[in-house]
Design a protein around this ligand. Sequence first.
Ligand code: P9E
Ligand code: ZN
Length: 260
Amino acid sequence: MATWGYGNDNGPATWVKSFPVAAGTRQSPIDIVPTAAKCDTKLTENPLTVNYSPEPAMELCNPGLSVKANIKSKSVIKGGPLEGEYKLEQFHLHWGSADKQGSEHTLNGKMFPAELHLVHYNATKYSSFGEAVDKPDGLAVFGIFLKISDKPHQGLKSLTDVLSEVQYKDKSINIKQEYNPVCLLPDNINKYWTYLGSLTTPPLCESVTWIVFEEPIEVSEDQMKAFRALCCGECGSAPIVDNYRPPLPLGNRQLRASFQ
Ligand SMILES: NS(=O)(=O)c1ccc2oc(=S)[nH]c2c1
Ligand SMILES: [Zn+2]
């Protein structure tokens, strides 16, 4: 059974064969057109709140198509478009082979070099990520654009400095220093777009309330090079690059904005 990926033979255009929901009506990512978004004051009446805690020994792993940090501590979000409390499960990234591409969501058709996803599950209604992953109100994912600057991102530096230790598939390490994922969020989390969508990788479940922040976080070119040095398999395998799904039609979904 051919496993899905981002190549010509197993990439996004082929996923519908094994995952028919790929042709569904609430798929992600989408192109975000700010002028088409409806400013919804309900989003600000009940502001999005983030209550993240420090991770004592955060596990960083290379599952083969991205790099992922698994969260054990109680880090939760609520408010904004969300009903109930959502618990942080993991975060990971998508990036390009060059700065001109890499993000999954686009902004007026523009791709960013990378996009960070912080994945939460509805802990009010479900007892685990696994139970929540295929429920329409199961997940909430923060989408954060990365843009290039001459300074490295300090919060990401604790991770990019050790990526060489998870260069190959199925490698994992523990980040020694205590790590609070709140350092990954942009300064202003009150300006975001939100819509009902899906996982952007198989099984593509239509279970995600997406919250995409307007403010990108800034990373250095060297940090991007560190992501691009990760390998899909063992020593000598291809680098993990262009692990992004291109945007899908918004269809008759409403894109809401938390700001004017
Ligand atoms: N890229 S993403 O939409 O944030 C996302 C988040 C969680 C996931 O769990 C599985 S399985 N695939 C996933 C994709
Ligand atoms: Zn993702």
